[in-house]
Design a protein around this ligand. Structure first.
Ligand code: 5RP
Length: 237
């Protein structure tokens, strides 16, 4: 990478990578912040001989890890992960997040759920009062019945957009589609997550509730680290 070196994003990525210890099984997130964090981990593996095993949340992250010499395993080869490190698109005061603008939400949520410690790496711009005010909620759906699932999401009040790149459908690593859903406001992230998950054709939502234990906020000259209590509230700030 290199482009973002020395920025607030890079500070968060470095601080996250420093939490990884010898012998750990590590979940590697996806997106630009995670890519910087994987770069840092690669440095530690190469120059310090750090011994880790990693599970990647996307094919792009897997490729990067392989190029850096970070040993990878499939998620099903391990029982639990010691730590996972990932970015977010938005995070509120109770540590509920929107993820998935990068399209890796399904694997990211499975990996986060299998991890003992979930670390979120952001810059201050990702912190919001209410989720969804600016960012659409990505929902991963089956390709089969795409238009039907889109209508059901519209029925919940979402303004929807099927994700496309140059007119072609964006297809996730799991072979599915993504519908970006703009809600007027997301007052109850856990409730909305459950409601959307109940729709036929929906595989996963980008609402991550109770899946952040430690938040690292990168700043120009360092980081702020905040821990969530079990209820998802901030315990220190
Ligand atoms: C990918 C994600 C990313 O973590 C999220 O989009 C943040 O990306 P970035 O670090 O590039 O801002 O959820 O599915």
């Amino acid at each position: 990478m290199g482009v973002d070196k020395g920025t607030a994003k890079d500070q968060a990525a470095r601080a996250g990578a420093e939490l990884v210890e010898d012998g750990m099984i590590v979940g590697l997130g996806s997106g630009s912040t995670s890519a910087l964090m994987v770069d840092c981990l690669g440095d530690r593996v190469r120059s310090l001989g750090l011994k880790i095993t990693a599970v990647a949340t996307s094919e792009a992250t897997a490729r990067q890890a392989r190029e850096l010499g970070i040993p990878l395993v499939e998620l099903d080869q391990v029982q639990n992960l010691d730590i996972s490190l990932d970015g977010a698109d938005e995070i509120d005061g109770r540590f509920a997040m929107i993820k998935g603008l990068g399209g890796a939400l399904l694997r990211e949520k499975i990996v986060a759920a299998a991890s003992r410690l979930r670390v979120t790496l952001i810059t201050a711009a990702k912190q919001v009062e209410k989720l969804g005010a600016a960012c659409p909620l990505p929902v991963e759906v089956s390709r089969f019945g795409l238009a039907h699932t889109e209508r059901r999401l519209q029925g919940l009040g979402a303004v929807t957009k099927i994700r496309r790149s140059a007119e072609a459908l964006v297809i996730t690593d799991g072979g599915n589609c993504i519908i970006d859903c703009k809600f007027a406001e997301i007052a109850d992230p856990a409730g909305l997550d459950q409601t959307i998950q109940g729709l036929p054709g929906v595989l996963e939502t980008g609402l991550f509730v109770g899946l952040c234990d430690v938040l690292i906020i990168g700043e120009a000259d360092g980081v702020r680290q905040i821990e969530a209590d079990r209820a998802g509230r901030r315990s220190t700030d």
